[in-house]
Design a protein around this ligand. Structure first.
Ligand SMILES: [Zn+2]
Length: 298
């Protein structure tokens, strides 16, 4: 009984703390917004609000191909909060790779290139040596999304403010590489994760609304090859087939190009060929992609 009572007191305290943090977060929103708007406007018109990060970003933007409008289209913009939740007309699979860039990113890129496929990379800041791979992926026509800087649940989900501080950190890394802050994000563990409850009760309910209000969109996934855990390439192919046997019209498909994901690289050609044999086209995520949302679990 005593321990239950303590548990209850902890919950009450956590709720009060959560409410205090929420007030704090509301007060802090203006600063997130200002920072994001600065990033957006500077990437679009190349003039205003110069800071140290921006000079590099502008040079990247200037170097872009004339017909590549992704810096305008994909930049986070609090004024753009309309998203698509309808399936596309043709069967489409969106391959997404989380937790890179790492030593496995270039092998993944080589395979995608061989098949002429564009995909999406939800990047982290875990391996600074590989940051230039973000620009390499982007220039090859792949979409860049943000997955958090540290990918450390206890840090990222310590509070609403901690999440935003982390997101702004990876935003800086990505802007240095591609010239702007993209609107596409993925929460570690997805929006349905309950691990975050160990750190902040209700944080996914808060964040899932806040990020959209700030002009971002979070992409969970419809199916996975199961490479979040350690598996052989054969097992990953089997898991892919098992997890996509429902005949979805569109599939946002979760994979990983982080450290130790060599079996994903090994399985990738067979996974691509499987989707092809099922009549799917491949596309990178953009603002017209059907947004997959899991149910919020915390
Ligand atoms: Zn991840």
């Amino acid at each position: 009984m005593t321990s239950h009572f303590k548990g209850f007191r902890t919950i009450v305290f956590t709720c009060m703390l959560g409410f205090a943090l929420l007030l704090n977060a509301c007060a802090g929103n203006a600063s997130h917004e200002t920072a994001d708007r600065t990033a957006t406007s500077s990437s679009q018109d190349g003039t205003a609000a110069v800071n140290n990060d921006d000079s590099q970003g502008s040079s990247v933007a200037r170097a872009r191909q004339e017909d590549d409008t992704r810096d305008v289209e994909f930049a986070v913009d609090p004024a753009r909060t309309s998203w698509n939740f309808e399936a596309p007309a043709t069967k489409t699979v969106y391959l997404t790779f989380d937790d890179g860039p790492s030593e496995n990113t270039q092998p993944v890129l080589d395979i995608l290139d061989r098949y002429g496929i564009k995909a999406t990379f939800f990047v982290t800041g875990m391996h600074p040596d590989y940051y230039p791979m973000i620009a390499t992926c982007y220039k090859a026509g792949h979409t860049i999304g943000m997955h958090t800087y540290s990918h450390d649940y206890s840090d990222v989900y310590a509070s609403v403010d901690a999440y935003w501080a982390d997101l702004n950190k990876i935003a800086g890394v990505v802007r240095d590489q591609i010239g702007y802050v993209p609107c596409f994000i993925r929460f570690p563990g997805g929006s349905s994760n309950t691990v975050s409850a160990n750190y902040t009760l209700g944080i996914m309910s808060e964040l899932s609304q806040e990020v959209v209000a700030e002009g971002y969109q979070y992409f969970d996934w419809d199916a996975s090859c199961g490479d979040g855990a350690e598996h052989t390439a054969d097992e990953l192919v089997d898991a892919t087939i098992a997890d996509t046997s429902y005949g979805y019209q569109s599939i946002v498909f979760l994979m990983h190009d982080g450290t130790d994901k060599e079996s994903t690289v090994e399985a990738l050609p067979r996974i691509i060929e499987y989707f092809r044999s099922e009549g799917y086209e491949f596309a990178p995520i953009d603002r017209t992609t059907r947004v997959p949302h899991h149910g919020i679990g915390n």
